[in-house]
Design a protein around this ligand. Structure first.
Ligand SMILES: [Zn+2]
Length: 77
């Protein structure tokens, strides 16, 4: 199966996304942002990632979601 991601997500705050250059989709939450367009995200499984004006979160397309994030999300619902 060919994996493809979705398009960039504008004004991403929280939810599922692929943040380059993490390979898999995680459930991210924005924890900091500055006026230069940089934003810091933390995933439910404990990863951190930074986006900039040139590196935007992408829709997850048909990639397989992170199992740890998925478990954390399901348990909370
Ligand atoms: Zn994860």
């Amino acid at each position: 199966m060919i994996h493809f991601s979705g398009g960039p997500i504008a004004d991403f705050i929280t939810g599922w996304a692929i943040i380059p250059f993490r390979r898999n989709p995680h459930h991210w939450k924005q924890i900091h942002a500055n006026l230069e367009g940089e934003a810091l995200y933390q995933s439910k499984c404990g990863l951190k990632a930074v986006t900039t004006n040139g590196v935007q979160p992408l829709g997850i397309g048909n990639f397989t979601k992170c199992r740890k994030c998925l478990a954390a999300t399901v348990n909370k619902a």
